[in-house]
Design a protein around this ligand. Structure first.
Ligand code: UDX
Length: 459
């Protein structure tokens, strides 16, 4: 029979987490760390030097920086449009330092046994390291289930030609047979390097299948049918306990200082009147696209709050490429900031719609506040998320022709002024209710979290 003493030594409450060093991945990993900490786990974060989180915001965690050699390629961030390159590089450059750090942590004197390591799915190399050290690895997948299904289905390596279609090709608007929700024009946006994308996604998916379990930042009711499909393909335990930011906001893990002065400006705007615009932490747009956004916002005549991240516009430091006298002409109707407290902005009663790049975090944050979207996906999983928003959940309008002022004006009007927009708002409000139910006692996310805690304690 187990004594209390033996239970406490058998059931370890110590966990090590390893986020991919980009904003959209750091936020959910640190939120997950906080969630598990409140359930009694002791947290150690191994992290790259690049985009290092601020330990002073997390005095209750231990932080272990490792060498990542990212500085050798960091100057390519603004120019290299192949997003897969950076993740593939980190999967090589972090191997030795991560392995040494993890091995040391496992034998740290005076510390209790480590139950498992939780690593970002994009850090696929960590599965082999964990296997060698005989430590269970659980994966955190920071994008939606639909993205994983699409990545599994798309012929990245074998049919490269379909990634290079242009408007002139007859198939451009046609559905992709392997994943009919997507059009060929969407997959042209996913990556400029199909071979790199194919290598990255097959490594990610294979090592997810080899893991001890998968944590998803989503909730069952949002992606129920995809969850069934995935559970046949990924026969490891799955935990859908999101959206994580509903347990803990992302402000503590923000890499850029959030401009909170705009909250008092929002207070002065009429309810549901403001168009909130942000394209996330990694997307870049060209000068001409930037100008189309500005003209679109100017032409619609509604108040707007626009996040322009420094360096987001290719070849500009910040706002140099705005149309002449734009800020003077807009006066108090428009505000531009470098980075916002996004979750508070979306929760503000004045916010009427979110013009977004459809990063998975932004998409979830908008759903949680019942805010309909205008979709301008730029790369990676974003075109897939945007199709779900516009064609499956029907809670937003996708800018089918990209950044172009006439289309922008029409899309904003459809969401903010037309009956169609009201219906989108009703549907997204319904999803908001479902989020709240899933997180409440007995709801699907709440039960999934309990299952995850029991599962980790079983190691
Ligand atoms: C990218 C991918 O597109 C995403 O789907 C993937 O899962 C992670 O990498 P990113 O461009 O960072 O994501 O966008 P998103 O996933 O939306 O995350 C951005 C985060 O930054 C959100 O949590 C958002 O609240 C926060 N943010 C954004 C701010 O705090 N302030 C801002 O002004 C803009």
């Amino acid at each position: 029979m187990e004594t209390l003493g033996s239970v406490s030594t058998l059931r370890s409450r110590r966990i090590i987490l390893f986020p991919l060093p980009f904003q959209g991945h750091i936020n959910p990993m640190l939120q997950l760390a906080n969630i598990l900490h409140t359930r009694g786990f002791k947290i150690t974060i191994i992290h790259a030097e690049y985009n290092s989180p601020n330990p002073s915001n997390y005095p209750h965690f231990a932080f272990k920086p490792i060498k990542d050699r990212f500085s050798e390629i960091a100057d390519q961030l603004a120019t290299n449009r192949d997003g897969t390159y950076f993740a593939r590089y980190l999967n090589k450059s972090c191997v030795d330092s991560f392995t040494d750090c993890l091995a040391e942590l496992l034998v740290e004197p005076g510390e209790e046994r480590v139950a498992c390591v939780i690593t970002d799915a994009c850090f696929y190399f960590t599965q082999a390291v964990a296997d060698d050290l005989k430590l269970p690895r659980i994966v955190l997948r920071t994008s939606g289930l639909g993205c994983t299904l699409a990545c599994d289905a798309l012929p990245f390596c074998s049919k490269k030609a379909c990634f290079y279609l242009t408007k002139q090709d007859s198939d451009y608007e046609a559905s992709v047979p392997e994943f009919p929700l997507l059009k060929f024009k969407d997959i042209a946006n996913i990556t400029i390097n199909p071979q790199g994308m194919g290598d990255l996604t097959s490594n990610i998916l294979n090592q997810m299948r080899a893991s001890a379990g998968i944590i998803w930042n989503t909730f069952k009711e949002l992606e129920e049918s995809d969850l069934e499909t995935l559970s046949q393909d990924f026969q490891v335990p799955s935990f859908t306990l999101g959206p994580f930011h509903k347990y803990f906001p992302a402000s503590g893990s923000s890499l850029i200082e959030q401009d909170r002065t705009i909250l008092s400006w929002l207070d002065k705007q009429p309810p549901k009147s403001v168009v909130y615009v942000s394209f996330g932490s990694v997307a870049h747009i060209t000068k001409s696209e930037f100008q189309e956004v500005a003209h679109g916002l100017a032409n619609i005549g509604l108040p707007f709050l626009w996040v322009v991240r420094p360096g987001m516009v290719v070849g500009s430091e910040w706002l140099e490429s705005l149309p002449e006298n734009f800020l003077e002409r807009m006066g108090d109707r428009g505000r531009i900031v470098k980075w916002s407290p996004q979750q508070e902005v979306l929760a503000h009663p004045a916010t009427g719609c979110f013009w977004t790049h459809n990063g998975w975090n932004s998409t979830l944050e908008s759903i949680c506040e019942g805010v309909p979207m205008i979709c301008s996906p730029c790369l990676g999983d974003q075109p897939i998320n945007a199709r779900y928003v516009s064609d499956v959940w029907k809670i937003g309008v996708l800018l089918e022709d990209g950044f172009e002022r006439v289309g922008i004006k029409m899309a904003i009007k459809r969401v903010m002024m037309d009956k169609e927009g009201e219906e989108m708002r009703e549907r997204v409000s319904c999803l908001k209710e479902k989020v709240n139910l899933s997180l409440a006692e007995g709801g699907s996310s709440c039960r999934s979290l309990n299952n995850l805690v029991d599962y980790i304690l079983s190691f």
